[in-house]
Design a protein around this ligand. Structure first.
Ligand SMILES: NC(=O)c1ccc[n+]([C@@H]2O[C@H](COP(=O)([O-])OP(=O)(O)OC[C@H]3O[C@@H](n4cnc5c(N)ncnc54)[C@H](O)[C@@H]3O)[C@@H](O)[C@H]2O)c1
Ligand SMILES: [Zn+2]
Length: 296
């Protein structure tokens, strides 16, 4: 990372230009090599100008889709799957999050889900979740799509959320599709049974090898195809079909903004990539928006 001297702003290859690379040949795409983009005062001065562009994009856009992944909850203390502190470093997914695993060893799978529920139950939404509630008011049409199962968007106040991968606080009967809340009595030594039909109860989350709920993913695709603006926040953009949503939006003319401290498969095609923690970046974006429409 370069040294952030004001003199560095004068020319490429020194000072801030070692850290901020503008690629005019690739449209509006921006690359910052910084761990904390808001905290650095020189970089944040530069960001102000880029944010000014993004504010204009938002003011012109009528419909916006936001796709979130595990990264938006990282600042709440929920581990991501693939980051350094990721859950999958400790457990093998095929042992836990599959139907085969569940049928073969329901005790371990229920224990794992109970552990994750406890973990998630003790965390609160962060500034990023709250910012996405407020962002809604800037668009005629706003769709929040999440791959997260942690319920934090709803807790923050986003009442309409397309939950692509379910919700860890819900259980569902595999036969009659009746929902049960997480307080359902679970015998960890056996698969709990539905009181209505005797079917097996499982967590209402999508496991490996399973299809996403069709009405939810269909709506997410429809909204993405008609979006003027698409925000991808805290997702590694590796898990399809969710990772296809931003591509569909972009193909149909949307401006694509990515917020992720790391580069992803999406960064190459994004119009803007902000390598920032979402809990810092999104509130900053809202501040800029408010200030831009303030009458002095
Ligand atoms: N909170 C949850 O509900 C939760 C937690 C773990 C995994 N999952 C599941 O994991 C699957 C994997 O896909 P994924 O893309 O959502 O997660 P992922 O774990 O594959 O990727 C997380 C991404 O977030 C980024 N990130 C880390 N900290 C961030 C921050 N402060 N701000 C912004 N970005 C940050 C990382 O760089 C990474 O690219 C999904 O199916 C999801 O259901 C959900
Ligand atoms: Zn049932």
């Amino acid at each position: 990372m370069g040294t952030f001297s004001p003199a560095g702003r004068r020319g490429r290859g020194e000072g801030i230009w070692e850290s901020v690379e503008l690629l005019p040949g690739r449209g509006r795409r921006l690359v910052f090599d910084a761990n904390n983009c808001i905290g650095n005062r020189y970089l944040s001065g530069y960001l102000d100008r880029v944010l000014g562009d993004v504010v204009q994009v938002i003011l012109k856009a009528r419909s916006c889709v936001v796709l979130t992944g595990a990264g938006i909850s990282a600042e709440s203390g929920v581990p991501t799957f693939r980051g350094k502190e990721g859950l999958w470093g400790k457990f093998r997914p095929e042992e836990l999050a599959t139907m085969e695993a569940f049928m073969a060893n329901p005790k371990i799978v229920w224990e794992w889900y109970n552990w994750r529920r406890d973990l998630m139950g003790s965390v609160m939404p962060n500034k990023g979740h709250y910012a996405l509630v407020e962002l809604r008011s800037w668009f005629q049409r706003y769709t929040l799509v999440t791959q997260n199962v942690d319920n934090l968007h709803r807790l923050a106040g986003s009442d309409e959320v397309l939950e692509l991968h379910g919700n860890i606080y819900r259980n569902i009967c595999m036969d009659c599709r009746q929902f049960f809340d997480a307080a359902v009595e679970i015998d960890p030594t056996a698969i709990p049974q539905c009181k209505r039909c005797g079917g097996k109860i499982r967590p209402d989350v999508v496991w490996f090898g399973e299809l996403l709920p069709s009405e939810v993913i269909d709506e997410a695709f429809e909204r993405s195809a008609e979006a003027d603006l698409f925000l991808s926040v805290g997702t590694s953009a590796l898990v399809h079909p969710a990772a296809t949503l931003p591509l569909v939006a972009k193909r149909n003319g949307a401006i694509l903004i990515e917020v992720n401290p790391e580069e992803t498969a999406l960064s190459e095609v994004a119009d803007y990539h902000f390598p920032c923690p979402s809990g810092e970046f999104l509130p900053q974006l809202l501040t800029e928006l408010r200030e831009s429409t303030c009458v002095h």
